[in-house]
Each structure stands twice: as C-alpha cells, then as structure tokens.
Design a protein around this ligand. Structure first.
Ligand code: NAI
Length: 699
C-alpha cells in the first residue's frame, strides 16, 4: 500500500505515500478506499483527514501507469472521489507543497480543505493535451468562480495557495494553516471542529454560473482560440467549464467532461505531447551508464572563444550561478564578446525579464584571460573556437597541458570528429562533445557527443550539468553532423530538388510552416546564413562526389545572397527587419537554372512537399538509429522538437511517422525513388524501417 492509515484519538488520517509526489497510482487509490472503509467501520472515528507524506499532497495521476491497464483499474479516481463524497463522516483534505491534477480533484471531492501556505495548486492536464477528467472542470469553477477556474484549467499554470485563499468569496480552502509545519495539527483540530456538522458540504452542490453567461463564454472562446493554435485541448477545457456553468445537474456536466476527456485522450495531439513528456525524461538516461554513477564535481567552468557560441555558452553557466573564465586570442575579441553578453542581459533587464542586481551578480561571476594558465583549476572547459581541426588541435593540446587531472574537456564542434579531437590529448576519456545550438543561451537542446573513449562518469556528469543549466540533453554517437544536422542535410537536399522541379522558396516554406514548422528551410537558411551550408557542400563535393545536390543554393551564394545578415538571401529583407520579401532575381535564377538542365517545371502539391521534407528526416533517422548513433527513437524526436522547430503537436519526426503508419511512409519513399530528378538511392527505405514495416511494429 502506498497510503497509510492511522488513528489519532477520534480522527483517522490517511497519508498518501508514493514518492516522489504521491501520484495516485492503483496501490495508492486502493489505500485511500481501504482507509475510508476502515474509518467508517470504526465507531470511535468521528472525522477523516487525507494528507500527503514528503514533498506533496499529491501531484496527480501516477505517470508510470500511463497507457497501462492500471490507470483505469478499480478503484479508479472517479470511484475514489465518489467514495470520499459518499463517506458518512467528514473528510478533510490537508494540502501542502504540491496539489495538482488528480490530487486537486481528489481534494475537491473532500468535504473540507485546509491548505498550508506556499502550496502550488494546479490542473495541468492541458499541458499533456488533456483536460482534468475526474471532475476538475466541474468542481473548480464552483469554488473559485468560472473565470479563475477557466484561467487555471486552460493555462495549466500553478497558483499559490495563499493567493487563492486571499480572494474574497473563494470556497476552495476552508482554512489556510499558519505554516506548513502546523498543517497536521491544525487539520486534526479542524476535523474535530466539524465532526458533528451535518449535512456534509459537497462542492458538487454549490451553484456555478458566470454573471455574463453566454457573452462571457463567447469572449473567452475567441481568446482561447487565438492561443490554442494546433491543439484542441484548450477549447475542450472551455467546453467542459461551460458545461459546468450551463447544465442544471452536476452529473450532466460531469458526463460532458468525460466525453471530452475521451476525445482528447485519443487525439494525435495529446498522444504527441504525452510521447514528448516521456521522451524528454528518457533522454537523460544512457543505457550503459547506471543512474547512481558518481559524478565529477563541477564548480568552475572555462570557455575558449568569445564568439557567437562562446558568449552564449558562458551565459548558461553564469545564469546557473557558476563562475566562468573565457579565454580568447586577443583582448579586442574578449571586449567584443563581453559586450555582446552585457547587451544581451541589458535587453532582458529592459524587458523586465531580469532584475538589475541579478544581471550584476551574473557578470561578477565572469572573468576573462588570454593565458591558458588561468584555466588550470577549471572543472569543465568548453571549446568554441573556429570550426577547423587544426585550430582545435592547438587548443586541445594546450588544454591538455594545463588542465588539472579529472577536468572535463568539451568541444562545441558542429561537424568535426570528436574522437580525433580527443586524440589530441593524452586523456581521451575526459573529452566529450557538447553541441549547443544558436543562440546558445536560449535554445534548449544540447547534443552530448560521446566519443569512443569518453568515460561513463564524464557522460553522467555532463548530463547532470545539462540539467543544471536547464538544457534538454540528448546523447549522440560520433558521426558527421551528429543526430540533428545529419538529418537536416537530407531535408535541405530535398528543398533543393523541389526548387529544381518547379517550386518557389515561398511555396516550400509555406507548405512546411502550415504543417507546423516554425520556419521553412529557405527562411531558416537566410536566418542561419546560406554560406554555412555552402561551406559544408563544398566539403561534401570532395568527400562524397556521388552525392546528388541541387545547384540552386550554390548559385544563390555565388550572388552573395548569404541571408538576413546581408539583407538578401532566398528572400529580401528591409534593413533591421526579418520579414521575408520574395525576390524576382531569385525566381529568375531558378527558372534559368531549370532551363539549363532542360527541366520543365511541374506543379507540386503541398502534400508532396511536406512528405518529401519530413520523410527525408525519417529515413535518415532510421539509419542513425540502426547505426547506434542515437540510443532510442524518442531521443531523435527530442532533438527535433527542442533544436529544429519541429511542430510539437506532431511529437517529432518518428512519432509522426508512427502516426502516419510506417507502411505508408515506406510506400511514399518508394514512390519518391521513382522520380528521376530526386535521389533514388537515398529513398530506399532504411533497413530498420523495412524491418519494422515487415513486423508491423513502430519506431
Ligand atoms: P565565431 O567565429 O563566432 O567565434 C569563434 C571565436 O573563437 C572567435 O571569437 C575567435 O577569436 C576565437 N578563437 C579562434 N581561435 C582561437 C584560439 N586558438 N584560441 C582562443 N580563441 C580562439 O564562431 P562560432 O559561430 O561561435 O562557432 C564556434 C564553434 O561552435 C565552432 O566549432 C562551430 O562549428 C560551433 N557551432 C556553431 C554554431 C553556430 O550556429 N554558429 C552552432 C553550434 C556549434
């Protein structure tokens, strides 16, 4: 049992005890039901208190039961709440620290609620594309009012107990305890004070309506529609709350809530969000690195290079309160780098996102140097110098000479071989790739590149460091481009072929943005700088002469159209503006190029554009998975969601492929392979994909 029963004189206390947050799993639900029965059967017991052990009243559903039979097994949460409501003796919820989701729904079923100050109260189901399905949408509006309840349910954001308690007329809390420490005693005393009060009050019996009625819901619907974007859940939350306010009988509203909940449960959007919820947590686990691996202590950090990446990387550590020393070749480079960082922080201060004193505290943790000797006591050094193996060699040899034993030596390289970089040192076990994404202080993704010799405790340590600086870390093996960029290269190649065959950049961008990408490939190229891809292709032409590319991007670069930084790329840009303006010169360039190849442009559907771009990611991902570059399919989805603007409601490229059906995905690839202007060899479904199709399995 993960709920304990104890009798304190005339009050029974049921304590949820299912760490970490007293999730309402089957064993806990059984424990509550059994406790209620026992208390009812005991004539000496006059009242019952339900509370939580440790760090929560309850965080809600037990996520480990998601998708299993246990989640719905009796007693399910509905039955437990009914048992509480129907209990012949008063049941008091004693709430502290965390009271969320099913935990709050359980509390709302109790006859009384007493809360400790500082408790986070929320119905966060919307964040998983769901709605509170155990009466939350029906009971919360009855105790905090329709508007406040709707805000909480649609946003899923927590509200502090003392704030709720301060609202006149609220009925969520019957009492606010003086402190978390006094909650247990105050709950017992409160339970005794109401032991004989009859009839027992029930939230379901309270009235529920908004003074403006329909007009309010019309207004709210417009607001929610605007923010819901690709997700159905926020509007369904609103429907459910509206049902609470318009149905005369509580149980009719509850029925509506149930129907809406089931609709959402089966929606691809909720499946995508639930997939990502688990995928993000699973990403930090490395199969052969046990959870308890001892970590190296990281107290001081060094960064080599104060350019675009170095400054952003340093900011992550300063934000987390770790001192950082930046090393550069010249004082001017240091000054430039530090100025960019200061401006960045100042902008945050201006926008009210950062307090002036916090900014000062962070900058005070920063030191700079031109001398490697100053890095000797750093525990972790991250190199972010020019992307050139010769330069990296110089840097790593010097680091090897000065860094203390056991220090972790990391490279932010985006394309170079981490094993070669490790071999520049006499301590390859301490070398790892930490591939940040630009802007490094903003982007959540961190690819952790594991070299052949990288020690397990180094892996465990950098994963913990990633968490500390609030990154989502995914482990990648060593290969050109690692997980993310290796896949994006195929996506970019398809973009080029689509132009050759008749698309305009704006048509391609529009189609994939409608699918949900934050930005299409050509707008993305203009933002990142088209010269970067050009440099990579030039290398490819030598390394892989058989690889087929469209020449359009090279022609664009030959015209100096490098992107936003020069005001022109695939599109034109007004000075200081980021709005893409289609350009006639580019369209003419594309037409001439097609003519020179003897190609007649054809009309390409948005569906074909999206499939070719997305399935190119999927096929490369299947190769990556099979080669063991990625540990699991969900890691690849995490990379694409947090690093490449893949639409969240689709759950990442491999989740999307599963949704489409792998048979259909492979069939489309075989069709694309028939197109003489495309790359037939690339479109052979990867062996792993073929196997999964044959076995009727998913990624
Ligand atoms: P950058 O050119 O903006 O900055 C490089 C900095 O390193 C310059 O300030 C330069 O003075 C300094 N530097 C060069 N050689 C040095 C040496 N021997 N010792 C000390 N400092 C030295 O380059 P950026 O864009 O910051 O790239 C740095 C690294 O990060 C590269 O490996 C790049 O591939 C990688 N990267 C870049 C991304 C981007 O979007 N820019 C994204 C992810 C990784």
């Amino acid at each position: 049992m993960t709920a304990h029963y104890q009798v304190h004189a005339d009050v029974a206390v049921i304590t949820l005890d299912n760490p970490p947050v007293n999730g309402l799993g089957l064993a806990t639900r059984r424990g509550i039901a059994a406790g209620l029965e026992q208390a009812q059967a005991d004539a000496a017991v006059k009242a019952i208190v339900i509370t939580g052990a440790g760090k929560a009243f309850s965080g809600g559903a037990d996520i480990t039961e998601f998708g299993t039979d246990k989640a719905l097994a009796e007693p399910n949460l509905h039955s437990v709440i009914s048992a509480v409501e129907n209990c012949s003796k008063p049941v008091v919820a004693a709430i502290h620290t965390v009271c969320m989701g099913g935990g709050l729904e359980l509390a709302l079923g109790c006859h009384y609620r007493i809360a400790a100050p500082g408790c986070s109260v929320a119905l966060p189901e919307v964040k998983l594309g769901l709605l509170p399905g155990a009466g939350g949408t029906q009971r919360l509006p009855r105790v905090v009012g329709v508007e406040a309840a709707l805000n909480m349910i649609v946003s899923g954001e927590p509200v502090k107990s003392e704030l709720i308690a301060s609202v006149p007329g609220q009925k969520l809390f019957d009492k606010l305890a003086a402190s978390p420490e006094s909650l247990a005693d105050e709950a017992l005393a409160f339970a005794r004070s109401v032991a004989d009060v009859r009839p027992l009050p029930l939230v379901r019996n309270l009235p529920c309506k908004h003074p403006q009625g329909d007009a309010y819901f019309q207004f709210a619907r417009n607001m929610v529609k605007g923010m819901a974007k690709n997700f159905p859940a926020p509007l369904k939350c609103l429907d459910a709350v509206e049902a609470a306010a318009t149905h005369k009988k509580f149980d009719d509203g509850l029925k509506v809530e149930r129907e809406l909940f089931i609709q959402l449960m089966w929606s691809p959007e909720s499946r995508a969000l639930r997939h990502l919820f688990f995928a993000e947590r699973a990403a930090s686990k490395i199969p052969d690195v046990p959870a308890g691996t001892p970590l190296r202590e990281i107290k001081k950090v060094a960064v080599i290079g104060a350019g675009t990446m170095g400054g952003g990387i340093a900011m992550n550590f300063l934000n987390a309160g770790l001192p950082v020393t930046i090393l550069e070749m010249k004082q001017e480079a240091i000054n430039r780098g530090v100025e960019v960082m200061s401006r960045n922080y100042e902008a945050q201060v201006k926008k009210g996102k950062l307090k002036q004193e916090k900014y000062e505290q962070r900058m005070a943790l920063l030191s700079t140097t031109l001398d490697y000797a100053a890095l000797a006591d750093a525990d972790l050094v991250i190199e972010a110098v020019f992307e050139d193996l010769g330069v990296k060699e110089q840097v790593f040899k010097q680091l090897d000479a000065v860094m203390k034993p056991g220090a972790i030596l990391a490279s932010n390289t985006s394309t170079l071989d981490v094993n070669k970089i490790a071999a520049f040192t006499a301590r390859p076990q301490d070398v790892v790739g930490l591939h940040f994404f630009s802007p490094a202080n903003v982007m959540k993704l961190l690819e952790v590149v594991r070299g052949d010799k990288t020690a397990k405790d180094v892996m465990a340590t950098v994963m913990a460091v990633a968490k500390k600086i609030k990154k989502v870390a995914v482990v990648s093996g060593v290969c050109d481009g690692f997980i993310g960029n290796r896949m994006i290269e195929q996506y970019g190649r398809q973009g080029g072929f689509l132009l050759d065959e008749g698309c305009t950049p704006q048509q391609v961008d529009k189609a994939i943005e409608k699918f949900g990408f934050a930005m299409g490939p050509f707008r993305m190229g203009d933002l990142a700088g088209n010269d970067i891809g050009w440099a990579i292709r030039k290398r490819r032409y030598v390394e892989k002469p058989d690889m087929k590319y469209s020449k359009t991007a090279d022609l664009l670069c030959e015209k100096g159209r490098f992107g936003q930084k020069v005001g022109k790329g695939w599109y034109d840009y007004a000075p200081g503006k980021r709005t893409p303006i289609p350009n006639a010169e580019v369209e003419q360039m594309l037409e001439e190029h097609r003519k020179s190849l003897g190609l007649t442009p054809r009309k390409i559907s948005d569906e074909e554009i999206v499939q070719r771009l997305v399935f190119s990611l999927v096929n490369e991902a299947a190769h990556i998975l099979e080669e063991g570059i990625a540990n699991k399919a969900s890691d690849i989805d995490v990379v694409y969601i947090f690093g490449y603007g893949f639409p969240v409601h689709r759950g990442g490229p491999l989740n999307y492929a599963n949704e489409v059906g792998l048979f259909n995905v492979a069939a489309a690839m075989k069709r694309f392979a028939q197109n003489p202007l495309d790359d037939a060899a690339f479109w052979q479904p990867a062996p792993l994909l073929q196997r999964l199709v044959a076995e009727g399995k998913q990624f």
